[in-house]
Design a protein around this ligand. Structure first.
Ligand code: SF4
Length: 428
């Protein structure tokens, strides 16, 4: 039975039980949220991951080859690194080399659920077979979606919400950065060249048929996500979101679990409105945000610009954060950038979890406060999100007094207060 159908019947599935244990909430409450569509459960082999309302915010790391850089070994290393630093899911966005082989390898080697974007492969194979992506047969698109589902990917991004109406809005209100979503750009080019409606929208029932067959979670993509903060929250972005809201209802009615994808580049003051709008329009479906990046001027540091946006988005209710690496807008990320992107997204998600009152997240900070007060460096290291960075900085210089660090040395504030107040600040 499909995960959603089981929840609607009030049954406690294996997935619900697994996720409830991990998130420390009651299985009945969780099943209720799955039935409402506010939580999705991804399956990966015999493990499950919950994303949505009331659960810890999850983070995704994108990996995968490009037409210029194809090294499957390096992608597996990125997969391992992202998982080591806390990625809850991995998306294989490969567009170079043997895409089937790379996807199968990543699904096989990944300890966490894997997602893909099938339109990439459908477009690339059409270019290889017919010379142009605009010659893509729509059957190819459905065949590739099914191929990915057969390989047991846990979720797929499908840009179902771009329609001729969206394009009309885009033409009437053009942007500075027109379309930056790769999947969105492929579909729009196909639609315009063939004068045909988006097959993922027009034949959404076929998409749902495949999703039902494999209990595949659909992540409805945001092909019109703004690629610059000056285009944020504009007509075409909102038009697509309205369509995604309608499709959410259709998917739910057929028993399919849905995630909604969101921006992109959004100025900080508009981030809350974007989350509120998505939650209203898509009736509480989990929100998966790419960043959002809150400024466009920091290439090389976009893990930071996106973490700022992600923390605020998470605070206001976003459930799933796609990392952005320092390589964003510059090139394919290497392993170091994958690590930096994962850590930045993890910090953003954790900060947002605290703001949402998640007790287990707050406990981590509580323990760190205690360790700092006690100047228990071993414990501080253990609790650190990145122990190698901890060692690198902490051990860089020698201290004159061994239980302090070189920032204040013998003038250590904590030690001074401890000496004169005669108490530990935090006593448990
Ligand atoms: S020396 Fe300063 S920075 Fe270091 S532990 Fe003491 S108070 Fe904190």
């Amino acid at each position: 039975m499909l995960e959603r159908e089981s929840a609607i019947k009030g049954l406690i599935s294996k997935g619900v039980k697994y996720v409830a244990g991990r998130e420390k909430i009651s299985p009945e409450l969780l099943a209720g949220k799955v039935a409402e569509g506010k939580v999705v459960i991804l399956r990966h082999r015999n493990t499950y991951l919950g994303i949505g309302d009331g659960l810890k915010i999850k983070i995704n790391a994108n990996i995968g080859t490009s037409p210029d850089i194809v090294d499957i070994h390096s992608e597996v290393e990125k997969l391992k690194a992202a998982c080591k630093y806390g990625a809850d899911t991995i998306m294989d966005l490969s567009t170079g080399g043997d895409i089937d082989k790379i996807r199968k390898t990543i699904v096989e080697r990944s300890p966490v659920p894997v997602g893909t974007v099938p339109i990439y492969q459908a477009a690339i194979e059409s270019i290889e077979d017919k010379g142009a992506l605009i010659k893509m047969d729509k059957e190819k698109l459905f065949e590739v979606i099914e191929r990915h589902a057969e390989d047991r990917v846990s979720f797929t991004t499908l840009h179902c919400g771009i329609t001729f109406k969206t394009l009309e809005r885009l033409r009437k209100s053009p942007r500075k950065a027109m379309v930056v979503s790769r999947g969105g750009a492929f579909l729009i080019s196909w639609m315009v060249a063939n004068e045909k409606e988006n097959p993922l929208y027009e034949d959404f029932d076929r998409v749902l048929e495949i999703a039902r067959k494999y209990d595949l979670v659909l992540s409805l993509g945001d092909g019109m996500r703004p690629g610059s903060i000056v285009d944020a929250t504009d007509n075409s972005q909102i038009d697509e979101l309205l369509t995604l809201g309608e499709l959410t209802k259709t998917a739910w009615d057929s028993g399919v679990q849905i995630i909604i994808e969101g921006p992109g580049h959004i100025p900080l003051n508009e981030v809350p409105a974007n989350v509120i709008l998505q939650k209203k329009i898509c009736k509480g479906a989990p929100f998966y945000v790419l960043g959002p990046l809150v400024t466009d001027i920091a290439p090389g540091y976009d893990h930071i610009t996106s973490a700022i946006g992600a923390a605020v988005a998470g605070w206001y209710g976003a459930d799933f954060i796609c990392y952005v690496t320092p390589a964003e807008h510059l090139g394919l990320p290497g392993i170091e950038e994958v690590i930096e992107g994962t850590i930045a997204a993890k910090i953003a998600a954790h900060s947002a979890d605290i703001s949402r009152g998640l007790k287990c997240s707050m406990e981590w900070d509580y323990k760190m406060a205690l360790a700092r007060t006690q100047r228990n460096w071993q414990e501080e290291r253990k609790l650190s999100i990145d122990t190698s960075r901890f060692d690198k900085i902490h051990k860089r210089y020698k201290t004159t007094e061994k239980d302090v660090c070189t920032m204040c040395g013998k003038y250590c504030a904590i030690k001074t207060v401890e000496k004169y107040l005669g108490v530990k600040i935090i006593t448990g």
